[in-house]
Design a protein around this ligand. Structure first.
Ligand SMILES: [Zn+2]
Length: 562
């Protein structure tokens, strides 16, 4: 079957192709393999099509056609696709040849198919559509949150830039404006979460689980760790990372001259009282310096970026009419991914491009696999690729910061953000466990869950007196709780892995890079633990292991401050 020239306007354009696959008689193992390959070819084409719909929409938010094309996919094609996928999964699984698929190559593919079949329930399809609509509501409510400051209307994302201002009065004013604005939606956000929790709980019960947490643990394909391992991670972070965060904030409040007067609006300002770093001015300079930086590490990395540039797969600068954020989108059919971001010349833009290029390198090392599942590793691995790249490239940031002190500040800020993220990740995950273990909790209980969680997983040096009402709803700003539940701890695991890869890189760059690339080349054909082992690191959440990584990071951090 030749799928190359399909144009997908509606479900009817692809339905007959799936029907043909579904009705096809399979008479030999080679026909069976062929069936799997053709099915994946079809999925590859659909994925490229939906990819462009997403990319076009986010690059041109004011274009109604692009928005409609994307929505058409989500509402008119995706629900049919889900049902069809289940049918094809069943055909694949029920075939007598399923057992013949080699355990070496196909073990995860087989596990994933069995898992999807086990979880699939017809009655959950409309629930998922309803859930998706509610998730969209979260995006609408938070997207409509703006403040007016100095006569300018700012989104909360734009406003957060003011939290870095050297003028404390400005920081404080904007901090209050942002949080007062969030407070206006407190009840709406709580009710929205009530509805989501109820629906998600039903999905879980329909599929035979006692709660949605356990359902998601299975749905996310977490074969390598248990729910108890997640809890062990929360504990280890509390024990090994929180004391280090405490040290960092002690240093900051000393340098800022704010001992015992250090508030949330003082946590992001430069502690030396210096203006923000400027790693580049124009987009061209940004790109060329990034290529130069990668060139010093591995020419393959640089070539990935050059190829994306040549194929017009980079949209880096911020402009009116672009969605916020940054992402790397895999485009399996055309074979070159897309990087989207909103660069304005800040340090964090540099980190974002290093991160997304890490994902792109991963893509280029994987795209030769003929089966979609083989090249779609879970986030514990995908984010390992990107987060490691942030830290590896940091060793070569002098391209962006020829001044020694600027370079030290850039590293210091990067390491602060790495370490700050870990307890927050643990808190968001732990909070979600409590929410779904107790689906009928009251709003007051919900607040108790949050406060007891965040108290253990944040720095006590930051004062919240008078700001308790803001702290109480801080989690409402975390879109994952609403839009992608439980999908967050992966970042924590990957961040730890990235620190370990960076440590290896500092000891033996050549070997560390070989291991990094070898691990990434495995795609999704091996377990997370095997991939981490190939990368020369451990998949481990014990207190001791985490402490050894954090001790290393702390030494590096200390070397960057003066
Ligand atoms: Zn990422």
């Amino acid at each position: 079957m030749n799928y190359q020239n399909i144009k997908i306007h509606s479900w009817h354009d692809i339905q007959p192709l799936f029907e043909e696959l579904l009705n096809r008689k399979i008479n030999s193992y080679s026909e069976y393999l062929n069936f799997i390959l053709e099915w994946n070819m079809l999925l590859t084409i659909i994925s490229e099509d939906s990819g462009w719909r997403y990319i076009n929409m986010t690059c041109h938010t004011q274009d109604e056609n692009f928005k409609q094309e994307y929505l058409d996919f989500v509402t008119q094609i995706q629900p049919h696709l889900q049902i069809m996928q289940d049918k094809i999964n069943r055909k694949t699984f029920e075939s007598s040849y399923f057992k013949s698929l080699s355990d070496n190559e196909y073990s995860l593919f087989k596990k994933n198919i069995q898992k999807d079949i086990e979880l699939f329930r017809d009655e959950n399809v409309p629930l998922f559509t309803k859930i998706q609509e509610l998730q969209q509501k979260y995006a609408e409510i938070s997207g409509a949150q703006t403040i007016v400051y100095e006569g300018k209307t700012l989104t909360l994302q734009q406003a957060s830039v003011y939290l870095k201002k050297l003028d404390r009065k400005q920081r404080k004013e904007v901090y209050y404006l942002i949080n007062e604005r969030r407070l206006q939606d407190e009840n709406t956000m709580n009710e929205l979460l009530n509805e989501l929790i109820q629906l998600r709980h039903r999905v879980a019960v329909n599929a035979g689980f006692s709660n949605f947490r356990d359902y998601m643990h299975k749905a996310l394909g977490r074969y390598d760790y248990t729910v108890d391992d997640c809890k062990k991670f929360h504990k280890s972070i509390e024990k090994s990372v929180v004391p280090v965060i405490e040290n960092i904030h002690q240093i900051r409040q000393n340098k800022l001259n704010l001992v015992n007067d250090y508030y949330p609006y003082d946590t992001q300002v430069d502690m030396y009282g210096l203006e923000p770093l400027k790693p580049f001015v124009t987009e061209e300079e940004f790109l060329q310096k990034s290529i130069q930086c990668f060139e010093q590490i591995d020419s393959f990395f640089a070539n990935c970026l050059k190829e994306m540039h040549a194929q017009k797969r980079l949209d880096l600068s911020s402009r009116v009419g672009k969605a916020p954020g940054g992402y790397q989108y895999p485009l399996y059919q055309s074979g070159v991914p897309f990087i989207f971001m909103n660069a304005v010349g800040l340090h964090r833009d540099l980190v974002t491009l290093m991160h997304e290029t890490g994902h792109a390198v991963h893509f280029f090392l994987n795209n030769h696999y003929p089966i979609l599942d083989f090249k779609s590793p879970p986030s514990e691995v995908a984010e390992l690729a990107s987060m490691s790249m942030e830290l590896i490239t940091m060793e070569h940031w002098e391209v962006f910061f020829p001044d020694k002190k600027d370079l030290m500040r850039a590293k210091q800020q990067q390491l602060e953000s790495v370490i700050d993220a870990l307890p927050w990740i643990a808190a968001i995950d732990k909070f979600q466990h409590l929410l779904y273990e107790n689906p009928n909790h009251s709003i007051d209980e919900r607040y108790e869950y949050w406060i007891s969680t965040i108290e253990k997983l944040s720095s006590k040096s930051i004062k919240y007196d008078g700001l308790e009402k803001f702290l109480k709803i801080k989690w409402q700003a975390q879109l994952h709780i609403y839009e992608v539940p439980f999908y967050y701890i992966e970042y924590g695991f990957a961040q730890l892995g990235a620190i370990a890869i960076w440590r290896n890189y500092k000891q033996n760059p050549k070997k560390a890079l070989e291991q990094y690339k070898a691990a990434l080349s495995l795609g999704n054909t091996k377990s997370i633990s095997e991939i981490y082992t190939t990368a020369g690191i451990q998949f481990d959440f014990s207190e001791n292991y985490i402490k050894s990584l954090i001790d290393f990071l702390w030494k590096e951090y200390e070397a960057c401050i003066w």
